[in-house]
Design a protein around this ligand. Structure first.
Ligand SMILES: [Zn+2]
Length: 340
């Protein structure tokens, strides 16, 4: 059976110049037996050179990516670059339109759907196209995220720890070049199938981000995002001119490399945070307390940090269900030898 994608694309990835078009994802719905769902994308190409692929809207309730990449796609012209930039500002456009993390069509998390399948529900079909048609073209992959509706985050560029490899050295260099306050090394604690994980396994220099949250969305987080994308494109020798403002020169490198850094709620209730982003905590220190909806006469239940570290993320929704992530601690990370 053919593994070729069922999605059609009206762009030629090899053509010089600037193109705007769509992926057309076949859909058959109650209101239209024959339909397509469009995922917009841009290709800007100027001769030989490396390829960067930029994704926004992997999660629908994280808008730093869509805004930054739509602005960039409109501004970027072929003469400003050497090589190719592929821009997908709303990878999960149905979720972006609905303001939800997951797809409203099939309920799937786009960032757990990789590598996807040819004949899957809509999210898996898009993931399959990205895996088989877009990522193989890339030298550099940027996947822009934030904490969305549920988490506040320190503005960071992130990646997994790939050990002392040349790929990791380049990723750390790219992470430093972004100019964000933090470079954050993370672990997968909520499943597999992430787009950045696949790109890393394919050997691409891959950067994710956590640029803030729905509540933090604003001038500052957008500035860090827009400046960072241009900084990394310049670092990758694709964009000829660097942005005038390079941002933070010496970011704080931190790692949350122990599963216990991701503090999950022991009970359900109303969450009262006791620490803020950037605070230092000791092991055993309460980071929040939970007030019972059923037993308001009882003392709130403390939620303790397992590890010593700084708070790089905390839950932003007061109502909390048992098992949801409340906060994340991280410790200083020593970039491997060879990283500048
Ligand atoms: Zn996300």
């Amino acid at each position: 059976m053919s593994e070729e994608s069922l999605i059609s694309c009206d762009l030629d990835f090899d053509q010089d110049g600037k193109q705007f078009g769509n992926l057309a994802v076949p859909q058959s719905t109650n209101s239209a037996g024959w339909a397509v769902s469009y995922i917009p994308l841009f290709v800007v190409k100027n001769g030989e050179g490396p390829t960067a692929v930029l994704f926004g809207g992997n999660h629908g309730d994280e808008y730093e990516g869509p805004v930054t990449l739509m602005n960039l796609a409109r501004q970027l012209t072929p003469d400003q670059i050497a090589g190719r930039v592929i821009i997908v500002p709303m990878l999960n456009r149905p979720a972006v339109a609905a303001g939800t993390r997951l797809s409203p069509i099939d309920g799937v998390n786009m960032n757990r759907a990789y590598p996807g399948r040819r004949n899957d529900s809509i999210t898996g079909m898009i993931a399959h196209f990205v895996s088989t048609r877009i990522l193989p073209l890339a030298d550099f992959v940027i996947d822009i995220h934030s904490g969305g509706s549920s988490m506040h985050m320190v503005p960071s560029v992130n990646m997994h720890d790939l050990g002392e490899t040349d790929q990791m050295r380049r990723m750390l260099d790219a992470g430093r070049a972004w100019g964000a306050p933090y470079v954050f090394i993370y672990e997968d604690v909520a499943g597999e199938g992430l787009l950045p994980s696949l790109a890393e396994r394919m050997g691409k220099v891959t950067l994710g981000t956590e640029m803030g949250s729905k509540a933090q969305f604003g001038v500052e987080t957008l500035k860090i995002t827009a400046r960072g994308v241009r900084n990394v494109l310049h670092w990758a020798e694709i964009l000829r001119e660097p942005p005038g403002d390079r941002g933070v020169e010496n970011p704080v490198f931190v790692a949350a490399d122990d599963a216990r850094d991701y503090i999950m709620s022991p009970s359900s209730g109303i969450l009262e945070p006791l620490v803020e982003l950037g605070d230092e905590v000791d092991s055993g220190q309460p980071v929040a307390q939970l007030h019972s909806l059923e037993h308001p006469d009882l003392a709130p239940e403390p939620v303790l940090s397992a590890n010593r570290g700084i708070i790089v993320s905390r839950r932003s929704i007061p109502l909390t269900t048992q098992g949801e992530c409340i906060a994340v601690t991280a410790r200083a990370f020593q970039p491997c030898p060879g990283a500048r």
